[in-house]
Design a protein around this ligand. Structure first.
Ligand SMILES: [Zn+2]
Length: 290
């Protein structure tokens, strides 16, 4: 935890730095360079001679980085506004609890759980056909994932592929009910093979959805993988940012049985890579964050 040191810095530099916060310190301000505040150049009233800076308020006129080679008028890299921000290397879990800051790359598995009270703040209804018209909040996904599954379903339909959603978001409370019912029916050991204990379900991230097809009576069954619909998913899901998370070849590594119906959103860039590498997301993200 960096808070104590950050607070100390804030305390000592209060008079020098206007906007010192306890948030991300990714780009520490440099108090020695007067013209380092590129966002608000007008706030420096003591520099009436710098006419050039007023003309080029948008371009990054860095005196310290002498990149004379690349003096093309390029937009300065602003991580906050890019569509697909490059996530800096960071831990994938802290004490068995998933690092929520990983956003769509968040890793949840048998070992790593979500906080019990976690619920994504941007859940929206995925506007696709669902098998059960009364699934309620289980139609919800995080906004980006919802738009992606809508696009996938729309293109699937156009290609003559009949798919429907079964369920997407699952709250912690719902997982408790579901898991207890499975344990009651099949015993804990067996239940653990096909269901996640509360907090360990990817469905709680709002980034996962189960889908099925009429050709298997909309059941969540491994035979979906043999159908044209299941094969279409395996071949095309990554184009929309999804991966078929639990593959047959990964059973031992993930601890989950083959689930051709379970799609997990990780964004197109990473989904394409995972698809090409053909490895479990767990291994992929561990390598990626090294
Ligand atoms: Zn699932």
């Amino acid at each position: 935890m960096r808070y104590p040191s950050v607070l100390m810095v804030c305390g000592t530099l209060t008079f020098m730095l206007a906007g010192c916060t306890t948030n991300e310190q990714v780009e520490p301000k440099e108090p020695t360079t007067q013209s380092s505040t590129i966002d608000e150049p007008q706030t420096e009233p003591n520099e009436p001679t710098s006419d050039q800076e007023e003309v080029e308020t948008e371009s990054q006129t860095d005196e310290e980085t002498t990149e004379s080679e690349s003096e093309v008028e390029e937009e300065p890299a602003e991580p906050s506004t890019t569509e697909e921000p490059t996530i800096p290397v960071q831990p994938i879990e802290i004490g068995g609890v998933a690092n929520l800051d990983l956003e769509e790359l968040i890793l949840v598995n048998k070992q790593i759980a979500l906080p019990a009270n976690y619920q994504p703040s941007d859940l929206v209804e995925a506007k696709i056909d669902f098998v059960d018209s009364s699934v309620g909040d289980r139609r919800m996904m995080r906004k980006e994932a919802a738009r992606a599954i809508e696009s996938l379903m729309s293109d699937a339909k156009a290609a003559g592929i009949d798919l429907k959603g079964t369920s997407a978001f699952r709250s912690y409370g719902y997982q408790v009910t579901l898991f207890n019912a499975y344990v009651e029916r099949d015993g804990k050991e067996q239940a653990m093979k096909y269901s996640a204990p509360p907090g360990h379900s990817e469905h709680q991230t709002g980034l996962a959805i189960d889908v099925s097809s009429a050709s298997v009576n909309y059941q969540l069954t491994q035979s979906l993988g043999e159908t044209v619909e299941g094969k279409w998913l395996a071949d095309h899901a990554h184009e929309y940012g999804f991966i078929v998370r639990y593959q047959k070849a990964f059973e031992e590594e993930t601890g989950y049985m083959y689930e051709p119906w379970h799609l997990r959103y990780i964004g197109t860039k990473h989904a394409k890579e995972v698809h090409t590498l053909n490895q479990p997301f767990d291994r992929y993200i561990e390598e990626y964050m090294k």
